[in-house]
Write a protein that binds this ligand. Structure first.
Ligand SMILES: NC(=O)c1ccc[n+]([C@@H]2O[C@H](COP(=O)([O-])OP(=O)(O)OC[C@H]3O[C@@H](n4cnc5c(N)ncnc54)[C@H](OP(=O)(O)O)[C@@H]3O)[C@@H](O)[C@H]2O)c1
Length: 248
């Protein structure tokens, strides 16, 4: 369909899970993708394969999203090479569970550094390019638990609630510049992150999803394609639940 033809996108956390599938779908839809992973060289092979398969340009970038200098250098590279940035997908995230009484400062910092502070940093960097071109779409990954809460996940759910709030705020601020900011709030998606809760809990959650199955990374990637494309050109400040009517 090529609905992202020639759009320049930056996606974080592309080596597995949801981010890997967003990269795949963006490549399939014709985007030029700057794909971020942490481990040097880890995306080289798949980037080459996707480029050959779909004729899209995939450029791997390697940095930890907490490294603000490296993130800045990446945006400078994008500006030099492509001259613009149309879509930013803040997908990289971490989940660590702890009951109230068991939460320490390290856990809070580990989660907020990646899920919130790095997202704010990336938005600020993308804004610099997008504001010049007076267009752009920023897509953040929130979560159903950021809206509904979940026992055992006070810190993680707070970080994803913060993502929802910063999405709405930046959408208000950036709408006059024609920069749209939306979030996707996935339910239970079958990835390493979700499976890390253990088989027993996976089964328990499954019985609480009305559509009767776990979500797939493709379910989320398709929402990201829509929000990144011009099909959603009048949609901003929204938190799009993609959860098969799940209860948490
Ligand atoms: N799966 C779900 O059910 C679910 C539900 C709601 C929301 N979400 C959100 O969706 C997003 C993707 O989740 P997922 O299920 O695909 O998770 P995942 O399988 O655990 O993958 C997480 C990705 O984030 C990357 N990442 C983590 N910390 C990073 C850092 N400091 N710098 C750069 N990259 C980093 C990981 O890279 P490494 O491989 O190097 O660790 C990996 O690529 C997350 O924001 C998550 O909170 C997921």
């Amino acid at each position: 369909m090529n609905i992202l033809k020639d759009k320049v996108a930056l996606i974080t956390g592309c080596n597995r899970g949801i981010g890997k599938k967003i990269l795949y779908r963006f490549a399939q839809e014709g985007a030029v993708v700057y794909a971020v992973a942490r481990v040097e060289g880890s995306l080289d092979k798949s980037a080459k394969e996707l480029s050959e398969k779909f004729g899209s340009k995939i450029i791997p970038l390697y940095f930890d999203v907490r490294e603000t200098d490296k993130a800045k250098a990446a945006l400078i590279k994008i500006k030099k090479q492509s001259g613009r940035l149309d879509i930013l997908v803040n997908n990289a995230g971490v989940m660590k569970d702890a009951l109230i009484g068991m939460i320490d400062e390290k856990l809070m910092k580990d989660i907020f550094d990646v899920n919130v502070f790095a997202v704010i940093n990336m938005i600020q960097l993308a804004y610099k390019l997008m504001s010049r071109q007076k267009s752009g779409s920023i897509i953040n990954l929130s979560s159903i638990v950021g809206i509904e809460g979940n026992a055992g996940q006070m810190v993680y759910s707070a970080s994803k609630g913060a993502v929802a709030a910063l999405t709405k705020t930046s959408a208000k601020e950036l709408a006059p510049l024609n920069i749209r900011v939306n979030a996707i709030a996935p339910g239970m998606i079958d990835t390493d992150m979700f499976r890390s809760i253990g088989e027993e809990k996976v089964e328990e959650h499954l019985s609480n999803i009305k559509i009767g199955r776990l979500g797939t990374p493709t379910d989320i990637a398709n929402a990201a394609v829509f929000l990144g494309s011009d099909l959603s050109s009048y949609i901003t400040g929204q938190i799009l639940g993609v959860d098969g009517e799940a209860l948490v």
